[in-house]
Design a protein around this ligand. Structure first.
Ligand code: ADP
Ligand code: MG
Length: 462
């Protein structure tokens, strides 16, 4: 089939509106509301689209999570657009790009609406579909799932806090919300507070500013379950971070059930004091591992069934489960995207169609870098044996390449320090940390090493 999507690109009307509709369908309501809706269209400069966000934090987040998708959609709907620039602009807001194509460079004249108002309410809404019932269990997540169930059941729990960790898009937030729903189901008036660490931090800083940390803690007194998501965001923010964890300690001492998530284990939360870290480890640390094929397929089946009126054949589901291995969010996003495109242009969901719609995602998933890959290429490059690289030998001609390989593993893969250590002949995470620091130091002064790293990165990146 030559079902070229180009015809669709000759889109009339407001491209930004269309792109927003597609994004909403692809990422779901919650993500859309939190991250994508706040994006304002500013204008066009040459082949660049300018978009703005109200804060640095959001801008960084959108850059790292959605920039590539935004670019792909813009260039798909508006031929001639080659890149997307994201800027921070607190009080800018243009709801649509109706004036498009505004091919003049004054397009960043903007409409100013009221500046953002800080919301007083602590805690965010729980997402409807993030329930235990809709969480698909597999080998990689069953431990975390069971732990979450235990917390939700209440009763005499013998661990507190529950610390959930795993790579992005593997279901941490889903499990937290599920705990919230389940607790409320048992006790309608249970007070469940779920919020991002970032929000917790903002509220906490405000309390600090008003010298009012006591009443800040009071606000949590009546809470039954407190859940704080993505605490890696506050790690390393020294002065406030410490206070932040003290507050959490107080809550634990108070017998509140606490659930915390991060994209890495407490070990790997760099820049957190040792005693705080060990406090976190007193609870239960449950990791969510990357998915296997079987789980991915089961998740796709469940999601496809929940899409009314959408027919996805088993071969498409199998294809997605095999190809999109990065995380569940991308997997889900891919399915949503295929379904959204199909319904927008009235095309059946065939394998070919899925391939075309997902070309960029598939490419990104193909390019996935593994630690094995890095080890092989580094050994090759330095002409040392792979077995030596993984051995206990400390000879300098082996030790340096090994450090380089560890460094690259940390830089180029989402693996944690302990995971990397295990891959290097079962070394301790502190060894890996040391290697990373060492290479980071050296590369600033040693231009030969710098050149090696550069060449190696390119070799590995393909
Ligand atoms: P994280 O917080 O770990 O980054 P999320 O909890 O936001 O990830 O999950 C990303 C998306 O993937 C959500 O839409 C979630 O519902 C879905 N998801 C993740 N794991 C599962 C699972 N085991 N079963 C069903 N959906 C899942
Ligand atoms: Mg999350």
């Amino acid at each position: 089939m030559n079902g070229d999507l180009g015809g669709h690109a000759a889109h009339t009307g407001d491209p930004w509106q269309t792109i927003r509709d597609v994004l909403r369908a692809e990422y779901g309501e919650r993500t859309f509301e939190s991250w994508l809706k706040p994006i304002a269209y500013v204008g066009v400069e040459g082949s660049d689209v300018l978009l703005s966000l109200p804060t640095h934090f959001m801008c960084d987040w959108v850059k790292s999570h959605f920039a590539e998708r935004l670019r792909a959609l813009w260039s798909f709907y508006v031929p001639g657009i080659r890149s997307v620039r994201l800027v921070v602009a607190p009080a800018m807001r243009v709801e649509s790009s109706a004036a498009f194509p505004a091919n003049d460079s004054h397009a960043n004249d903007t409409v100013v609406v009221d500046p953002a108002i800080e919301e007083p309410e602590l805690g965010a809404r729980l997402e409807e579909r993030f329930t235990f019932e809709r969480f698909v269990i597999g080998k990689s997540n069953e431990f975390a799932y069971n732990a979450a169930r235990r917390v939700a059941e209440g009763g005499p729990i013998n661990f507190n806090p529950l610390f959930l960790h795993g790579g992005v898009g593997l279901g941490k937030t889903h499990l937290m919300h599920a705990i919230g729903w389940a607790v409320r189901q048992q006790k309608a008036d249970a007070k469940v507070v779920y919020l991002s660490a970032e929000k917790f931090m903002v509220a906490f800083l405000a309390a600090l500013r008003h010298k009012d940390t006591i009443s800040f803690k009071q606000r949590f007194r009546s809470v039954d379950v407190l859940m704080i998501d993505d605490v890696q965001f506050i790690a390393g923010k020294e002065s406030t971070q410490e206070e932040f964890f003290h507050t959490m300690n107080a809550l634990i001492d108070d017998g509140k059930r606490l659930v915390i998530s991060a994209d890495r284990s407490p070990y790997d939360l760099e820049g957190i004091e040792e005693r705080v870290r060990s406090r976190l480890q007193w609870g239960l640390v449950a990791d969510i591992n990357p998915t296997d094929y079987e789980l991915r397929l089961n998740i796709l089946h469940a999601k496809a069934e929940a899409m009314p009126g959408v027919m996805v054949t088993p071969d498409v589901l199998d294809f997605l489960a095999r190809k999109i291995t990065s995380n569940v969010r991308e997997l889900e996003g891919a399915l949503n995207r295929v379904a959204a495109h199909a319904s927008l242009i009235g095309h059946p969901i065939t394998l070919d169609f899925a391939r075309q719609v997902l070309a960029d995602v598939l490419r990104a998933n193909d390019r996935k870098i593994t630690i094995d890959d890095i080890q092989r290429k580094v050994a090759d490059y330095y002409k040392v044996k792979l077995s030596d690289l993984l051995s206990a030998r400390r000879a300098r001609d082996i030790a340096r390449p090994r450090q380089v390989a560890m460094y690259l593993a940390k830089r180029l893969t989402p693996r944690s320090l302990p995971e990397i250590g295990r891959k290097f002949g079962g070394r301790d995470h502190t060894t890996v940390m040391h290697a990373v620091k060492r290479i980071e130091e050296l590369r600033t002064t040693d231009s030969e090493l710098e050149a090696d790293l550069d060449r190696l990165s390119r070799l590995i990146d393909g």
